[in-house]
Design a protein around this ligand. Structure first.
Ligand code: ZN
Ligand code: ZN
Length: 114
């Protein structure tokens, strides 16, 4: 085994450790580390951010309005937001009740009526 192979293996192990300490999938990152070597290791470091640019998927700061990598504006409220049908309050994901008016969250998806 050459030193480069050893280095590659170490990258995989380190990537796995880093990713799992960030709450990411350690097995997946070990695989990526073994596959990509130092690149996979760098990517594991980037995996720390739970906030990702919707355009290039790079980790960005939660409060960032512009992605540092692709330079595009990030509007965190743009997609996936659900609004209370009663008061229009923005609901947190998976919320069962509106935090403002307390009404049960009704899915905005069209329903068939019995
Ligand atoms: Zn980006
Ligand atoms: Zn409401």
């Amino acid at each position: 085994m050459g030193p480069l192979v050893l280095f590659w293996l170490l990258c995989g192990i380190a990537a796995s450790f880093i990713a799992s300490s960030r709450g990411a999938n350690g097995c997946l990152w070990a695989f990526l580390g073994f596959l990509l070597g130092p690149i996979g290791l760098l990517m594991a470091f980037a995996s720390q951010s739970a906030w990702r640019c919707p355009y290039c998927q790079s980790g960005v700061h939660k409060d960032a309005t512009v992605c540092q990598r692709c330079g595009r504006e990030i509007d965190w409220d743009a997609d996936d937001d659900t609004f209370c049908t009663a008061c229009g309050n923005v609901l947190t994901e998976g919320a069962a009740f509106c935090g403002k008016c307390g009404k049960p969250v009704v899915s905005t998806a069209p329903k068939t009526v019995d």
